[in-house]
Design a protein around this ligand. Sequence first.
Ligand SMILES: O=C(O)CCC(=O)C(=O)O
Ligand SMILES: [Fe+2]
Length: 149
Amino acid sequence: MVDSPRLSCWIGDPGASYVYSRVRFEPRPWPQALAALRPRIDAAAGVAMNSVLANLYRDGRDAMGWHSDDEPELGPRPVIASLSLGGTRRFAFRHRHDPARKHAIDLPHGSLLLMAGDTQAEWKHALPRTARPVPARINLTFRRILPSP
Ligand SMILES: O=C(O)CCC(=O)C(=O)O
Ligand SMILES: [Fe+2]
């Protein structure tokens, strides 16, 4: 169990295990709906994804704090494809070394956000809480975990 303000599930190919918030996740097998999405995500991202972190934000109190997806198993300059379903939430970026540099983007149902290049090295991102009434949201971040040595 991981105590976090959202519900999470790690899905992936066998061996695509992942340490997230200092907890190692062994992936669950691909459910059919996600297996069917995978080639379309791969084509959009230009990367063969082998895993997905699924997050459920039940309401505006569920959130994700500032972080970069810069774990070693993602390798340098990872491509991460983030598919949003359900309620629109605001996604925020803040520069690592110059926190005055900020961006925010609303992620509506069906949107695919690609993070690539130096995004993880140079920026942090977050999904802030909101006091507005918002429908539940599912976010699927497709990732490519490199084989562990
Ligand atoms: O829910 C989101 O849009 C962000 C998810 C995220 O940053 C992550 O899973 O690492
Ligand atoms: Fe992230």
